[in-house]
Design a protein around this ligand. Structure first.
Ligand code: SAM
Ligand code: FES
Length: 345
């Protein structure tokens, strides 16, 4: 049995087998087989539904200095902004009217939003929108902080592990950032009952197939409810400005692999995928993804949440973004639904 067959049968592989599988990603026969199985599984569990999450990028201040990221603290040219609690609630109001039932509050690690401030924001969204899911994506915090946010009403948390390889993690982050801590945060979030999202960039500088194999093994072990992956895209104000971007084809291949690995997982077709290829999100959905995340942030701040160069969707109003994605989803034969879209596992 080859590695692709084995993955389909067992829903996991050894590191050696993952490497063999990944090295063959450009073989049309292999990718076709995996895509077909990924689509079969996503239809078995989710039918033709695509869930939608309203993304609110509420601060681009960040105390970290991840070498790949355009909003890292070392980028003196970034124009920084923060949204007030009231502005965040306005985004939710607008989003609710457009049919969103999940709000994702994402930002850099910004100390201005103390735990109490953050919990207050979560409480007010919970109070005004009791039927909506609240997702946070605000980086590494203590168990106690995560507990406070959970008690305030947060349901889900997105924290990409970025890479499960110590070696690659060191290449991408300054010394004060530890992979072990990031992983601990993910386990803490799970222990607290959050629906948890991990994930990684595809094609980050120095990434090899063996690193991706480690990512897949880590995902299987963690069993997250959500997995966010997208191609690495260089940002001109980072040390990786001249590095090559990650491959769309390999990202699509990995989406199918992850769908087979974790059949019920919630898997977004990401903005980074749409940035690298005008039809990237449609291709992501056709490879096994079942979530899209239109932007609800105020248009005045969109360009400032500048993680990588040429990011799409920075000029559109929330309604335009939603309609655009609805058309894109329909073109793939799926349909966008206005539901919370909780994890099945
Ligand atoms: N601060 C939070 C955190 O660390 O989880 C959330 C914000 S962070 C900017 C969101 C994600 O953007 C990261 O997890 C990373 O994978 C992605 N990202 C940052 N820079 C990128 C780049 N140059 N290309 C592609 N994705 C990038
Ligand atoms: Fe934002 Fe298409 S999703 S404009």
């Amino acid at each position: 049995m080859d590695a692709a067959e084995k993955l389909i049968q067992n829903h996991e592989l050894s590191k050696k087998e993952y490497i063999e599988l990944l090295k063959g990603w450009e073989k049309p026969k292999v990718s076709r087989k995996l895509t077909e199985e990924a689509v079969r599984l996503r239809k078995q569990y989710y039918g033709d539904k695509v869930y939608t999450r309203g993304l609110i990028e509420f601060t681009n201040y960040c105390k970290n200095d991840c070498y790949y990221c355009g909003i890292r603290r070392g980028n003196r040219h970034a124009q920084r902004y923060r949204l007030s609690g009231e502005e965040i609630l306005d985004c939710c109001e607008n989003g609710y009217a457009l049919g969103f039932r999940t709000f994702v509050l994402q930002g850099g690690e910004d100390p201005y939003y103390t735990d109490e401030r953050m919990a207050d924001i979560v409480r007010s969204i919970r109070r005004d929108y009791p039927d909506c899911a609240i997702t946070l994506s605000i980086g590494e915090k203590s168990y106690e902080s995560y507990k406070l946010f959970k008690e305030a009403g947060a349901d889900r948390y997105l924290l990409r592990h970025e890479t499960a390889s110590e070696e690659l993690y060191r290449r991408l982050h300054p010394e004060e950032m530890l992979l072990s801590h990031r992983k601990q945060c993910l386990y803490d979030l799970k222990a607290l009952g959050y629906q948890v999202g991990a994930g990684f960039m595809v094609g980050s500088p120095g990434q090899k197939m063996e690193h991706l194999a480690e990512d897949l093994i880590f995902l299987k072990e963690l069993q997250p409810q959500m997995v966010g992956i997208g191609p690495f895209i260089p940002h001109h104000e980072t040390r990786f400005a001249n590095e090559a971007a990650g491959s769309v084809g390999l990202t699509l291949f990995l989406l199918s692999v992850i769908r087979i690995l974790l059949p019920k997982v919630l898997l977004p077709a990401t903005t980074a995928l749409g940035t690298m290829d005008p039809l990237g999100r449609e291709k992501g959905l056709a490879a096994g993804a079942n979530v899209v995340m239109p932007n609800l942030s105020p248009v005045k701040n969109r360009k400032q949440y500048d993680l990588y160069d040429n990011k799409i969707c920075t000029g559109e109003e929330a309604a335009e973004c939603r309609d655009c994605l609805e058309q894109r989803v329909l073109s793939t034969g799926y349909r966008l639904v206005a539901e919370r879209g909780d994890a099945l596992l």
